[in-house]
Design a protein around this ligand. Sequence first.
Ligand SMILES: Nc1ncnc2c1ncn2[C@@H]1O[C@H](COP(=O)(O)OP(=O)(O)OP(=O)(O)O)[C@@H](O)[C@H]1O
Ligand SMILES: [Mg+2]
Length: 418
Amino acid sequence: MITIINIETIKQIKLFSGLEDHDLKKIAEVVKERVLPAGTTLFKEGDVGDAFYLLKDGIVEVNKENSPAINDIKSSDESNFFGEMALVEGAPRNATIKTKIESTVLEIDKVNFDMLLRLNSFIALRIMTALTQRIRRTTAVMKAVSIEEEKSGKLITLFSPKGGAGKSVTAANMSAGIAKLTGKKALLIDLDLQFGDLAFMLGLKPKRSIADLVEAESETADDLKKFLSEHPHGFSVLPSPFKPEQSEMVTSNHLRKIIKVAKTIFDYIIIDTHSLFQDLTINSLDISDYICLIMAPELNHIKSMMQCMKVIETLKYPPEKIRMILNREECMYAISKPEIEASLKRKFDYSLHDDWKNALSMVNEQKTIFDTTSESVYRTDFIHMITGLTGEKITEEAQKSGLLGTLKGWFGGKEKGK
Ligand SMILES: Nc1ncnc2c1ncn2[C@@H]1O[C@H](COP(=O)(O)OP(=O)(O)OP(=O)(O)O)[C@@H](O)[C@H]1O
Ligand SMILES: [Mg+2]
């Protein structure tokens, strides 16, 4: 509905306060009042701008594509007008405006808006001031968003349908390897919430766990850092709860929030899980960039992996997201890799040789395979897997320290668990 309005209405508009009556009269003659129901789109981003609006009553929502909502404009705001940018610049509308509740706007078309700016320098100045503030606020929001997007860490979840396949030892060595070999920032999360013991396996003495983080309802990157334990190799660990009964405290929503924040400060986030398909684990798989399915070369692992692959199929993940890892390759009485691949109808992406000494030295002596410069095929397997998964370059120093093992591993030498 459009109505012509009187000078008294114009007087109540802040933008026009202090104007002489003859100026107010001129404005009243060119302003049209429109009452708009809630949810009306006044104009869309990209439209040609042909009018300027003053919000007499109500609230409108300002939205920009690829950007969070900038804010609402209320009739009680100091700058309770919009649409000026396109008219001043002659550019398309840079945002979409929609009424949040039933609202009354005063509309001034482009020709009359130009007349208004010429009429009184006060009006021009007020509009310019509001314009500058809005541009500044928009730039600040965009900057905050781009800082958040600057780092967007990759999430790798290790899962096995059978317990004892080597998820924890592999997750810990993988994190150590990423930190030591590539210099990238890595976070290891122990999502085996009831009996996870990664912090212990890594010789850490954490004071806080994932349960404390969730309880504190922390939401920022700085908050998250307070709950992490630092490993000497340069990666961080978010330990599992100290008491099994605290496992219930961590929900899928918590996990998603933690990962969202962690991705802004870490290049790689590695999650160790337990061997159960349940809500939390599936959520972890859903949001992962890579799912590493790990198994040992044993008959019961093959059977469980076949079932697991069927479930994974129903979850419809893109095939490139799934990486198959054969752990303990060539252990005593192992079923051979080609035989397993034939049963699974799937090739392994990576394999880790059987190396009880190096694997156990983490469990018993809290040492990762990157603690020493000693060479082994197992270590070489890790280097191969880490470079394959991350696509990162290995630093020169790291290359030197493990070069012999690397060469032997790739050219057929076998030097097991020295
Ligand atoms: N490549 C390997 N060579 C020899 N032993 C290994 C290897 N990888 C893991 N192990 C051993 O297998 C055992 C189980 O490993 P780990 O705890 O990592 O398995 P998991 O999948 O995390 O088990 P759980 O399901 O109980 O959490 C450990 O004793 C570990 O030392
Ligand atoms: Mg484990």
